[in-house]
Design a binder for this molecule. Structure first.
Ligand code: AMP
Length: 309
């Protein structure tokens, strides 16, 4: 039987500006990227989210075709889907959020479908921490692993709510800037230690094109990002990363530091596909062959021999 991965997060429309191009409306949302990345693996994936009736049927159909369960997605009649717009700077590693319209997200009251209340892995996508907590409250057995992502937006306005969820989480996956903001530490090593003291046993710090770090007790693992010749749109890289990470662990069924090392490499491969095209387009057309090829590229990138005394 396949393991179940339950995801809560936004389904959205985004407007994105990069140094090369601009789109006014493209499918987005953290849950969308997470689910698309996760659906590349042999796991059952369900999304809990909220959309307006402006959300296109073709987009729902595309997700369903990838066997993503949408029974936990609520549609609000007359409501408008969450909207986010951002502009990337020349280095493509930093961005400015131009607009965040919560729209239907303001009335989000996540409901975990009965069939999913015993899911092995729960992935709390970047979202209002109250919504993240509401999902955990509805689980009828403690998931094997709870993974959480968040961002500065929620740290700025919902800090105490965020502080209440973090201790309930096993893996916190955030980027370097967010880790620094969360802990008021400049050193990422110190930041990771501080986050572990807040509760999560594992901390992943994403560093964009510089890869990702995994911390657990005194152990640290570092995975590079694939040096890509062309990056079109970094939107959703973090979400595809965490989606690939969670699904990899769900597929193998093993929760350990060693398993997480491999999961991070898989996660980095997913992120590398996402940034090659605008929005989630590349994830929609991925094949197992392309994934294997990329995993081989990661293997080559990180393999070396050295004589140790
Ligand atoms: P990432 O580039 O991985 O940080 O994720 C980008 C996606 O997150 C976009 O598709 C947005 O729709 C979504 N997003 C942006 N801001 C928020 C927010 N405050 N809460 C939840 N999702 C968001």
């Amino acid at each position: 039987m396949k393991n179940k991965l339950l995801v809560v997060g936004t389904m959205a429309y985004d407007a994105i500006e990069t140094p090369f191009d601009k789109v006014d409306k493209i499918l987005g949302g953290c849950a969308t990227y997470i689910a698309l990345a996760a659906s590349q693996l042999d796991v059952e994936v369900s999304v809990i989210s909220i959309i307006g009736d402006d959300f296109e049927e073709a987009h729902l159909e595309m997700l369903r075709k990838r066997n993503i369960d949408l029974s936990g997605v609520e549609t609000i009649a007359g409501g408008k889907t969450f909207f986010w717009s951002g502009r990337y700077h020349n280095d493509l590693n930093t961005r400015t959020t131009l607009q965040t319209d919560l729209n239907v997200l303001m009335q989000f009251d996540p409901k975990v479908p009965t069939a999913w209340t015993k899911s092995e892995i729960v992935l709390l996508g970047n979202l209002n921490p109250l919504n993240q907590a509401a999902v955990l409250d509805q689980m009828t057995s403690r998931p094997k692993l709870v993974i959480m992502d968040t961002m500065n937006y929620w740290m700025d306005s919902f800090r105490s709510e965020l502080d209440a969820v973090i201790p309930r989480v096993d893996v916190l996956c955030i980027n370097d800037e967010e880790a620094r903001q969360l802990t008021a530490q400049n050193s990422l090593v110190k930041a990771a230690k501080m986050i572990q003291q807040m509760g999560p046993k594992y901390v992943i710090i994403k560093k964009g094109e510089h890869g990702a770090l995994l911390f657990h007790k005194e152990e640290v693992f570092c995975a590079p990002a694939l040096p890509l010749e062309e990056i079109f749109d970094p939107t959703g890289a973090g979400d595809s990363f965490v989606g690939g990470f969670a699904a990899y662990l769900a597929q193998t069924g093993t929760i350990s530091f060693e398993a997480m090392k491999s999961a991070i490499v898989y996660a980095s491969a997913m992120a590398s596909f996402t940034v090659e095209k605008f929005g989630p387009q590349n994830l929609e057309t991925l094949t197992e062959e392309k994934i294997q090829q990329r995993l081989r590229a990661f293997d080559q990138l990180t393999k070396f021999e050295i004589d140790l005394a």
